[in-house]
Design a protein around this ligand. Structure first.
Ligand SMILES: Cc1ncc(COP(=O)(O)O)c(C=O)c1O
Length: 399
């Protein structure tokens, strides 16, 4: 007997049949199965900072073990407000403008479910972080894609303008960008902001890599939050998280910053999705978000060193790299290897070479657009990156 396809199974929802499980997370399982060096899913294999871990343990010891306030413990929200003021220069009211969520993953979907009605359009730059497509389906949004074009991942302003229309509810801007490593310039951000205002649209900004930037001479590599721009504070939901900045992706603590009315709606959705994020980890978050600037400077330097280790390794192995200005991924072009597509290449790389990456097609609405691209992450120990370098010696071209 054949298993009915999900769309025909009356026990499954139409929405759930419209997307697959995460390819990124699947690659981690494949890496474990075949003993590959895992440069696929973006999580560090080095320790989280000792002092932050200690604060979490102390909180459990102090019996911070029951539900926190649904939208976040007061000390954590206060710390978020202070840090946002000092880093972005934005004053936010922790009582009415912050919702603490289970990672930015929940923050994004809660924000979309709180604001988007069926049939309304949400603009997404592609290649995109793969969650955004299921987020759109689950929140009944109709996604409209606008290309970021290699090698510098710029967008065509006419294409973006033509995509905005009366049905546009929002645009998602992931800045610094996963998977491309693009850091949007002020000019680009202002252009997007202008369209949001012209069409009365919202902006969801995913800023979880806000501290992972690689300045270079002659380029403007600064983190600009959409909420900082004139006229945008009232129409922006900033989605952020402890995951990447403090190397605690498994803690699942994130947050949304939005004007009070939108925050009220996000809090309701969040309450019934998850009730709240882990209370003792929010206590540690209050400490983490109060760390001095030196913490962020060191984070940036360490990531820059890792990027500068992996880029030449990939080039040497035959990849064409798109060197990132931010975040901790390197998109590459694999056309010189002669594989039919990215999935076949990735399978070969995991099983025969022993290095895991993410097939580029998982970042595009049209898989063919990413068929000659794969993404590597470099949030790993030097020894892990060096082990990958040794294994790449086995990688042969198929021409
Ligand atoms: C752009 C982007 N947003 C969100 C997430 C998920 O973050 P969190 O752990 O806060 O849910 C990731 C994880 O890789 C990401 O790259």
């Amino acid at each position: 007997m054949t298993t009915p396809s999900p769309s025909k199974n009356r026990h499954l929802s139409r929405k759930a049949s419209l997307f697959t499980e995460s390819v990124i997370r699947e690659m981690t399982r494949e890496a474990l199965k075949y003993g590959a060096v895992n440069l696929s899913q973006g999580f560090p294999d080095f320790s989280a900072p000792e002092d932050i871990k200690r604060k979490a343990m102390e909180a459990i010891d102090r019996d911070v073990n029951q539900y926190a306030i649904t939208w976040g413990s007061k000390d954590f929200r206060d710390a978020i407000a202070r840090k946002t003021q000092s880093y972005l220069g934005i004053e936010i009211d922790p009582e009415t403008e912050i919702t603490v969520t289970c990672g930015s993953t929940e923050g994004m979907i809660a924000a979309m479910m709180a604001t988007v009605d069926p049939g309304e359009e949400v603009i997404v730059f592609e290649p995109f972080y793969e969650n955004y497509a299921p987020d759109a389906i689950l929140s009944d949004a109709h996604p409209r894609y606008v290309s970021l074009r290699a090698p510098d991942w710029h967008f065509d302003r006419d294409e973006l303008r033509a995509t905005f229309n009366q049905k546009t509810k929002a645009i998602i801007v992931c800045n610094p960008n996963n998977p491309t490593g693009k850091v949007f310039t002020r000019d680009e951000m202002e252009f997007i902001a202008g369209l949001c205002q012209e069409y009365d649209a919202l902006c969801f900004t995913d800023e979880i890599y806000e501290h992972i930037l690689y300045p270079r001479a002659g380029a403007e590599i600064n983190h600009i939050s959409m909420a900082q721009l004139d006229g945008m504070r009232e129409r922006t939901v900033v989605v952020n998280s402890m995951s990447k900045t403090y190397s605690v992706t498994g803690w699942r603590v994130g947050y949304c910053i939005a004007p009070p009315q939108i925050t009220g709606a996000i809090r309701k959705v969040h309450d019934f999705l998850t009730v709240g994020a882990a209370a003792p980890l929010q206590a540690a978050g209050a400490y983490a978000l109060s760390l001095p600037q030196e913490y962020y400077d060191r984070l940036q330097q360490e990531y820059q060193a890792r990027r500068d280790l992996l880029v030449p390794v990939l080039e040497q192995a035959g990849f064409r790299t798109f060197v990132p200005d931010g975040a901790y991924y390197i998109m590459t072009d694999i056309s010189s290897f002669g594989f039919e597509n990215d999935v076949e290449f990735t399978r070969h790389l995991i099983r025969e070479v022993g290095v895991a990456c993410v097939p580029g097609s998982s970042f595009y609405s049209n898989p063919a657009a990413g068929a000659q691209q794969v993404r590597f992450c470099f949030c790993k120990k030097d020894e892990t990156l060096n082990r990958a370098a040794e294994r790449f010696e086995k990688l042969q071209k198929r021409l």
